[in-house]
Design a protein around this ligand. Structure first.
Ligand code: UDP
Length: 241
């Protein structure tokens, strides 16, 4: 399906993009810039689900590397994603975009639990649904959470907003001759270990035929350009160019 004809997408933002130019945490001014991107995309009539990571605050693997129990550290990471979701909710609502946060770790005073049929209704009513806490289990990442929600919400694509404008055959920061793929297959991403999303997330998208659109969220207006079919991105799908 061409990007410009999509009706419902899931946008995955890694926690790091919420840092702006900081080394850690949340930069509210930059979150507002991201929220503006989402608002512009929404104004085209698109239904938008959002998944935000937590790496700007805490990553389970980093905690485990320092001697913490991995599962415990992962739960801390999940809580970090809820903080980011609330920051994004606040920015979107300041811009007049109605939102609901649904968390895979239940937190009644703060947000709704994940209820698919309720999320459907929110989207029908024009709200952006922000899914927090990934899949709600340790040893997973928010990439897997994004792939899972994209599948269960029947999204036309999973848009992965990062700091690079697509998937390259080698690291573009280290190799000036690195070549960006227009499209690349799930199989190649997995076989060559191309850094798109973690393998379980890529496999889930492959099994459910959900294209992954990798693009840079750091350039102003880029989300709308990508969605209109005029942007620069790599699409991970079953075929390759
Ligand atoms: N996490 C988890 N299960 C999930 C989603 C997230 O345990 O389903 C934890 C895990 O520790 C992870 C952290 O939350 O490192 C933050 O998520 P992630 O690393 O995916 O954030 P991102 O890299 O996208 O900022």
């Amino acid at each position: 399906m061409p990007l410009s004809t999509m009706k419902r997408v899931l946008l995955k933002l890694s926690g790091e993009v919420l840092m702006g130019d900081q080394q850690f945490g949340i930069d509210p001014a930059f979150v507002m810039e991201l929220a503006k991107e989402v608002k512009t995309a929404k104004e085209t009539g698109l239904e938008i689900c959002l998944v935000i990571g937590g790496g700007n605050i805490f990553r389970g693997m980093a905690g485990a590397a320092q001697g913490m129990d991995r599962a415990q550290a992962d739960y801390m990471g999940m809580l970090a994603t809820v903080m980011n979701a609330l920051a994004m909710q606040s920015a979107l609502e300041q811009l007049g975009v109605q939102t609901r946060v649904q968390s895979a770790v239940q937190m009644d005073q703060v947000c709704e639990p994940v209820i698919r049929r309720r999320a459907e209704r929110h989207l029908e009513k024009g709200r952006v649904v922000i899914f927090a806490a990934g899949v709600g289990a340790p040893y997973f990442t928010t990439d897997s959470g994004a792939a899972l929600r994209a599948a269960e919400m029947r999204c036309d694509a999973l848009l992965k907003g990062t700091s690079v404008d697509g998937v390259y055959d080698s690291d573009p920061k280290k190799n000036a001759d690195a070549k960006r793929f227009e499209t690349v297959s799930y199989g190649k991403v997995l076989a060559d270990d191309l850094k798109v999303m973690d393998a379980s997330a890529v496999a889930l998208c492959r099994d459910n035929n959900i294209p992954i659109v990798v693009f840079s969220i750091r350039e102003k207006g880029n989300l709308a350009r990508v969605l209109s079919g005029e942007g620069t991105q790599t699409i991970v799908t079953n075929t390759e160019k």
